[in-house]
Design a protein around this ligand. Sequence first.
Ligand code: MLT
Length: 285
Amino acid sequence: MTVAACVVRGKQPVWAERMSLPKEVMRVENLQETNLYYARYGSGTPMVLLHGYPLDHSVWEPVVPLLSAQYDLIAPDLRGFGRTRAIEDSCTVYEMASDIVHLLDRLELGSVYIAGHSMGGYISLALIDHWPERVSGLALVASKVMSDDLVTRKNRYAVIEQIKNSGVEIVARSMPARLTQDTALRIKIASLIRDQSSQGLICAQTAMAERPDFSKMFSSIRIPVVVIAGSEDSIVPVAAVEKMAGLNSRARLSVVKEAGHMPMMEDPETTAAGLIALTEKDPSK
Ligand code: MLT
């Protein structure tokens, strides 16, 4: 089986102008069966970084220089995002998780640490639900284990109709202000959203709307868990995250002060420290 590898060129990563990224080790490879692209940086303990909606792997770039000396970081573009195309108009969090399992198989990685940002967290939970043996530890970054309430679910289907009618532009205009208070970052995020496809956004919205409630499963998992929350997050409020962390006796909570829904971009240092804690022994346990 061949794996086509290429250094990322052409599209300028969101953070490239601000940070000196180790581009020579940043590769994107195309797995033929799944058409899944991923970036890989650094070396050491494998850690998979799953991005949120409606973004791509590049949201992790600010933490890469802080982690790459210690970790083999694998950051895929999830189904329908970045360079990975959507396969269908609808998908499930389990299908998105199975793409990651295929990737791990191809990379000959057994069990890995996984950090999931928001939607990436829902996919991490689906992965643990069906393939628990593949996950050594879980970091939920601005994410939650509960399923949607009826209002949120209904709203997702309204958003799907808007995207069908108006494309991704409507999301690029409305979403950045909900993600962060940082106006420069909002502009970068809007541009990143404009690079995504309508089909990918629709696919992800159906996956999120129909995802199950992972609360019970989360409370029973016995792997290391770190929960990272932005103190100003309006999408996943910190009070809800604190309550959620209480469901699992092994969960450690890190609140990133003055960050919104994008702590890995708003405060890479604190977020990276939380991810490093995941792989270190908890002194209190
Ligand atoms: C995300 O950031 O991935 C989404 O806002 C999550 C969601 O809509 O539930």
